[in-house]
Design a protein around this ligand. Structure first.
Ligand code: FPP
Length: 230
């Protein structure tokens, strides 16, 4: 009998192991991030092809600023290049583009490149590609609660759902962490209440369509009860 895969609505990825992947090849860490961008493109294409409706990626955390300046500069340059080139292609492919996090700490030209593609993709109806930039789950929760308080609204779950950065999106069905690590590292803390966790030993730059199929296969075998009984 053909295998039946349950296609999740939303998969969120914590991209990890770029540095170790590069080190094993005696290459600089930046090269690992560069290959990480290629993996991200493969994963987005695979998810779209398989019928996943929303994908999220943790590209830059509120804590990543403590890395050496040349690594930060390389990451920022890659993000700008990604917005200028790859994301234009996403706009043409009918993908929706969103960002989560506090973008204002990014260089002005990066921010305006991001805003430009986000607004160009506004009327699109395809897969949602959501990227966390200067993102932290605790920071997001505090900002959302602050927005509600400033508007004089009650802080309850429904209002918080519409004040967080992913408002209007589904909570992730699956959160994937790779490179042998097993922690959330401040990623989508509010949204992950009932997410299934999948841990993959591969480093992020090695991710491809087969990795995504493996993740969906594992998810398909899970029983989700959302706090209820079977
Ligand atoms: C974790 O690997 C990865 C990051 C902190 C950055 C992820 C960023 C990208 C893939 C590129 C930028 C993204 C876009 C959207 C253009 P690590 O450096 O912590 O690896 P290590 O644990 O092996 O050192």
């Amino acid at each position: 009998m053909a295998e039946e895969l349950k296609i999740p609505t939303h998969i969120a990825f914590i991209m990890d192991g770029n540095g170790r992947w590069a080190k094993r090849r005696l290459m600089p860490r930046k090269y690992g991030h560069k290959m990480g961008v290629e993996a991200l493109k493969r994963v987005v294409a695979a998810c779209d092809e398989l019928g996943v409706k929303e994908v999220s990626f943790y590209a830059l955390s509120t804590e990543n600023w403590s890395r050496p300046q040349d690594e930060i500069d390389a990451l920022l340059a890659m993000i700008k290049k990604f917005a200028d080139e790859e994301m234009q292609d996403y706009v043409n492919k009918n993908y929706r583009i969103r960002f989560m996090g506090e973008l204002h700490r990014l260089p002005k030209e990066t921010m305006s490149a991001l805003e430009k593609v986000e607004s160009a993709a506004k009327g699109n109806t395809g897969i949602v590609v959501n990227i966390g930039l200067n993102y932290g789950g605790r920071d997001e929760i505090v900002r959302a609660a602050g927005k509600l308080a400033a508007a004089g609204k009650e802080i309850n779950i429904e209002n918080m759902n519409s004040a967080i950065d992913t408002a209007g999106m589904h909570d992730p069905d699956i959160i994937v962490r790779c490179a042998g690590e097993k922690r959330l590292s401040n990623f989508m803390l509010w949204q992950s209440a009932y997410s299934e966790f999948v841990f993959i030993d591969d480093f992020w730059p090695d991710f491809d369509k087969d990795t995504v199929i493996g993740i969906i296969r594992e998810f398909s075998g899970r029983e989700r009860r959302f706090g209820g009984l079977k």
